[in-house]
Design a protein around this ligand. Structure first.
Ligand code: ADE
Length: 310
């Protein structure tokens, strides 16, 4: 990295990769090293101000900056930020495999091998995020991208919160609100996505590491069932199902005839995660010791971070 501030002119912008309410992500090449491909998130200043998103963009920048210094394989890295009159720019790792959600839609469901592979990487990345006092708060298969070998990379820290803030005041809103219970904090407004939101946020306006673990449980369920566990006709009905722990275990949707039944250990694990009372929800360190992962050596990072189709 050079010390000179970079600018949009240093990059060749290619096709759009995706967009959100106030940002668009483009594939981009670095003019100085054209073999290096990035994803550049372009955030419109006008939209950010009009839609009162300044706080979220600041959180995203500070959180990603902090995590980028530590360089974890499972987290999209932020390389540079800069701005011009119209936009803010985040230069990020490019994940050529696209969203995990798209892969899941193409496959219907994941088999046991793929479910364990993605779950192990999610747990390792999530443990890393939490070890830095960060709660992601919007984990879902759209926010998990894939590299060229099928390693996952967590992205979109715009809804993140910090437990023990070493970041700027703005990003520590959850902290400064006080009202802390264990590692949970009072959150002034609903963030995240209806299907993956935790019961403690809906019931008590609390979020903590357990809220990310809840979303992890929803994702593991989705890997084997093909859809998230809680889905109503509208957000309110989805929320009612979440707090009532009303979710079905249907047959595996995979259509080919060699479909094995869902591994009972996955069902057991999901049941231990999807527990409404946050203090009774299994924590990450016990998830790692669950029999579903009996053959996983959590210290063998090279093996954990092997690509699935390399
Ligand atoms: N879509 C959104 N962010 C992306 C990224 N970093 N790489 C590839 N596609 C994306």
């Amino acid at each position: 990295m050079t010390s000179r501030k970079r600018s949009p002119h240093d990059f060749i912008f290619k096709e759009e990769l995706g967009h959100g309410s106030y940002s668009t992500v483009f594939k981009a090449l670095d003019k100085k090293s054209p073999n290096k491909t990035y994803a550049i998130k372009v955030c419109s200043k006008k939209h950010i101000i009009n839609e009162a998103k300044v706080k979220y963009v600041t959180i995203e920048k500070n959180t990603m900056n902090l995590l980028a210094q530590k360089n974890h394989a499972g987290i999209i890295k932020l390389y540079y930020t800069f701005h011009d009159e119209e936009n803010l720019y985040f230069v990020l790792d490019y994940a050529p495999g696209g969203e995990l959600l798209s892969l899941l839609h193409r496959m219907g469901t994941f088999n046991d091998l793929w479910t364990r592979h993605f779950t192990v990487q999610l747990i390792d990345a999530l443990e890393f995020i939490h070890s830095h006092g960060i709660i992601h708060r919007d984990l879902k298969p759209e926010n998990v991208l894939l590299d060229k070998d099928g390693r996952l990379m967590i992205t979109d820290f715009g809804a993140a919160a910090t437990i023990d803030s070493s970041l700027e005041k703005d990003s520590a809103r959850c902290n400064s609100d006080g009202n802390s219970i264990n590692d949970s904090h009072s959150c002034a407004s609903f963030v995240g996505t209806a299907e993956y939101v935790s019961p403690e946020l809906l019931l008590y306006n609390q979020c903590g590491y357990g809220s990310d673990i809840w979303a992890l449980g929803c994702m593991i369920y989705q890997f084997v069932q093909g859809h998230p566990p809680f889905r109503g006709e509208n957000e309110l009905k989805t929320f009612e199902k979440i707090v009532a722990l009303d979710y079905p275990w249907g047959p595996n949707k995979r259509l080919n005839n060699s479909t094995p039944a869902i591994n009972p250990l996955v069902i057991n694990l999901v049941r231990k995660i999807l527990v409404v009372e946050v203090n009774e929800r299994i924590p990450l360190k016990l998830i790692k010791r669950h029999p579903y992962f009996s053959k996983i050596d959590w210290n063998d990072k090279a093996k954990i971070w092997r690509g699935i189709w390399e």
